[in-house]
Ligand binder design. Structure first.
Ligand code: TYD
Ligand code: MG
Length: 453
């Protein structure tokens, strides 16, 4: 008998290799390769037969049907989905364990079933009693919501085909297995095969399917990244577990724009929408404190104010410590080098800590100027003038460079009661007059500092 073929798969991104490797050449993660049997020939043949009546078709002959969308009645979720759930789409919701994926989807199920949609919630993780307990906590008591506790893909397929629900939730993909494949549930080949079948079910029956995928750090089970290319929409739930603030981010969306975010707060009654994230993020901000600066970043089409904090204090050791939370560490180190060189600030003898308050993660360069001024303000131990927002990118020669969507940002600052905006000079020249807020254009770091103190 021929030896069964085996391959090594990266549990992080699904990269396939005939040999074991220490580091994955695709995603650069270490120690993520696990041996798994290859997908059996039998199931490959079955797949070919299924798709036989599919033929190439001329572009002009394709009829566009209007996408049918269904609102989830959760504004922030609808926004991330691009205006509601598209019928027949496959949506992946990824995130760390315990971040609130099941909670959000259960709340969504309640709203959908209120609109007389048939919803089937399939859980491979929790018992029906556990889900009922959570539903009670969220005050969910819906008649159209059906629960099903199962991990066998064949049974799930039968139930979906028999019941023909409008929406199905699979919680989570890593617990579901196809008995035809010999590898363990949660392995790359299982997760891929199960998702492939769900995709065919979604498209064939016109069911919208939500898949929950846990992000794992140790690579013991395959992460949602393995599936990103199969599904229509990828949403990631982010946030620190101890902070109540959660961000739902669209990473891929075949039916809407990406980079759109939805903001939620985890409360004892479940997830609630945060309609005005800027106000929420700035609440509790200290007034007239050195090292605290408000800046504005863009999240998709939405401007959001964020508080940048810096603490610069003399170091007790030879090597000064530098940390950055919520922003890019290398960017912070670079900005400190610019401050040293261009403004003569001797930061070498100081520990420096930079933090974006509220657990936010921002990688946009428009925060550069705010980070630099926050460091300078803490170094000088002087707060900046009240009601001032600072934004702009800083170049290596200390120049302040233009940023995108400046008007939207300034209007957001005005809405929250700020009186002055320090922006790049190149942006000011293209800006139409905005009443009620003083806009100051600056060319470089030095000019920015003179307007701040
Ligand atoms: P859960 O949705 O089970 O996370 P996931 O499915 O992503 O693993 O959320 C679990 C956390 O949420 C848990 O730590 C408790 C908290 N939580 C609340 O704070 N309020 C609530 O109403 C609910 C249902 C959960
Ligand atoms: Mg869960």
């Amino acid at each position: 008998m021929a030896k069964a073929k085996k391959n090594y798969y990266c549990q992080e991104c699904g990269y396939e290799s005939p040999k074991w490797l220490g580091q994955c050449p695709a995603c650069k993660q270490w120690n993520t390769f696990v041996e798994e049997p290859k997908v059996t020939i039998k199931s490959k043949h079955a797949r070919v037969q299924l798709e036989q009546d599919n033929k190439p078709i001329k572009l002009k002959d394709i009829v566009i049907e209007d996408e049918r969308r269904m609102s989830t009645q959760i504004g922030e979720l609808d926004r991330v989905l691009g205006g509601g759930i598209v019928t027949g789409s496959l949506i992946l919701v990824g995130g760390d364990p315990g971040i609130g994926k099941s909670t959000l989807l259960l709340q969504m199920c309640e709203n959908l079933s209120q609109q007389t949609a048939d919803v089937l919630y399939i859980s491979g993780e929790e018992s029906l009693q556990q889900i009922k307990l959570r539903a009670n906590r969220l005050s969910i008591d819906s008649h159209n919501l059906t629960l099903y506790s199962e991990t066998n893909l064949e049974s799930i397929e039968q139930v979906i085909k028999a019941n023909k629900p409008d929406t199905v939730i699979i919680d989570s993909i890593q617990t579901i297995y196809n008995p035809e494949i010999t590898s363990a549930p949660g392995s790359v080949s299982q997760v891929r095969d199960v998702t492939g079948l769900l995709m065919r079910l979604a498209k064939g029956l016109g069911v919208s399917i939500f898949i929950v995928g846990h992000v794992t750090k140790d690579g013991s089970i395959a992460g949602p990244r393995v599936l990103e290319h199969i599904v229509d929409t990828v949403l990631y739930f982010e946030g620190q577990r101890n902070a109540s603030y959660r961000v739902l981010r669209a990473v891929k969306n075949r039916f809407g724009s990406t980079n759109e975010i939805g903001v939620f707060e985890m409360r004892d009654i479940g997830l609630t929408e945060v309609k005005d994230p800027s106000a929420y993020l700035l609440s509790g901000r200290p007034m007239r404190a050195a090292g605290s600066i408000v800046s504005c970043c863009m999240e998709g089409t939405r401007a959001m104010l964020a508080e940048v904090q810096a603490l610069v204090s003399p170091t007790n050791f030879g090597m000064p410590r530098r940390t950055a939370t919520g922003t890019d560490y290398n960017r912070v180190v670079l900005l400190m080098a610019v401050l040293e060189k261009k403004l003569g600030m001797q930061l070498a003898g100081y520990d420096s800590y930079v933090n974006i308050a509220g657990g936010m993660k921002v990688s946009e360069p428009s925060l550069d100027l705010a980070i630099s001024i926050a460091l300078a303000s803490s170094f000088k131990n002087k707060p900046i003038l009240d009601y001032t927002v600072i934004m702009g990118e800083v170049g290596l020669t200390g120049e302040v460079r233009g940023i995108s969507m400046i008007e939207k940002r300034i209007l957001e600052c005005k809405k929250l009661g700020f009186k002055r905006c320090i922006i790049p000079e190149s942006n000011q020249s293209t800006l139409t007059q905005i009443d009620g807020i003083l806009v100051i254009g600056v060319k470089n770091l030095e000019q920015a500092l003179t307007h701040c103190f």
